[in-house]
Design a binder for this molecule. Sequence first.
Ligand code: AMP
Ligand code: ZN
Length: 462
Amino acid sequence: MDIKFYNTLTRQKEVFTPINKEEIRIYSCGPTVYYFAHIGNLRAYLFMDTLRRVLKYNGYRLKHVMNITDVGHLVSDADEGEDKMIKAAKRENKNPFEIAEFYMNAFLEDIRKLNIDKPEIIARATEHIDIMEQYVQQIINNGYTYQTEDTVYFDTSKLDKYGVLSNRNIKEQKAGARVEFDTNKKNISDFALWIKAPENHIMKWNSFFGKSYPGWHLECSAMGYHYLGKHFDIHTGGVDHIPIHHENEIAQSKGFCGTIPANFWMHVEFLQINGGKMSKSLNNLYTLKDLEDKGYEPLVYRMFNFTSNYRGQINFTFEAMDAAKVALARLREGYLKHLEGNEEIEKEMIESYEQKFLMAINDDLNMPVAMSVVWDVVKNPKKSKKLANLLLQFDEVLGLQLNNYHKQEKSDLPVEIQELITQRNEARNNKNWTESDRIRDILISNGYNVKDSKDGTIVEKQ
Ligand code: AMP
Ligand code: ZN
């Protein structure tokens, strides 16, 4: 069956045809690790996860790169303000490398808890400075740059067109500009490729430009090229990347080798809170840990995200989270009921469910429709192991870890105990017996009995 994705580049849904059907190559813009990810950021990685799972469900092998920005991202995407890493270092009185290490690990822990299928390659910008330097030098040699005393700029007027994703041109931008732009730039859309480090700047490297550091946009082009080549299948990011960051990536790639790096550009819309923006000042910016503290296991947030397609905004409310919590519990119960049933189910019925589910996910990752098929299976009055297995098959896309769910989780165990059980189940699935024993000991010391059997693990209060 065809897979269709909405392509921001062509502004339409198109049939996805891989460049090489043996292996799909994807690049995703990853986090800037200067603070904890908020749940809006995490929506972006849940979208990336669904994309991976849907392609794998269709039988494809993936080579997927996600970057970790740990240098060079200024407060605005358009090269204004302070470097986010350095700002965070001042805030926390640490050095920027410590900041990066800490928040990168916090991010990896969040995506583990959300059961996000990790890209094959996670690439940190600071570990690829030489790759970026080689890349920028080719852009310079190809004549697409100019230099001021402290910055190498990309000259966007050298391109046939700048703004292919957002369909703008430089003249329109000038006419519509509301803010004065950096007077060192020749054109408002020009951007920094490489920057000379001020005297007391900690993140700097010896390069062709003296003690200096790369501009933020460069890392994605250089690492994308390094791991995936000049031309790959899909590039993903948030809608906020469309007007600047991804336009600049395309500009860099055209300056480097003349072409747009990816065939498909896919962008996830923003999560809203109570119908508005999330922000620290409104005190409505939540992390995954905040949700856990309020009693929601991370998979409830995953479930909540399936109520909307990635291209639509989604409105976060605690009422919607409560509904997702109930829905997840019902799904698990429904799965268990089927697991215990032995009624006969016609092959045609299973095939029809499979077909409908595949049609939904292959239609630009339409998870709300896919979930309606899941509910049809759950609510089927005939209880059958075959339907339980079908739900497990669908769970390859949903990632809700239904196979880790066993009877004891129907009871009201505290969230932290459920989380430990999930971690232990994962360790057992991975045959990591040391970790599984370690977690069992914690459960016992918290006053729980742990019994393993071939049908799973039962955890009960002692
Ligand atoms: P950053 O770490 O700031 O570079 O952002 C990481 C990712 O989160 C980017 O792909 C953004 O597009 C995305 N993002 C930021 N805010 C939201 C939001 N409210 N909803 C969904 N995605 C977001
Ligand atoms: Zn990027």
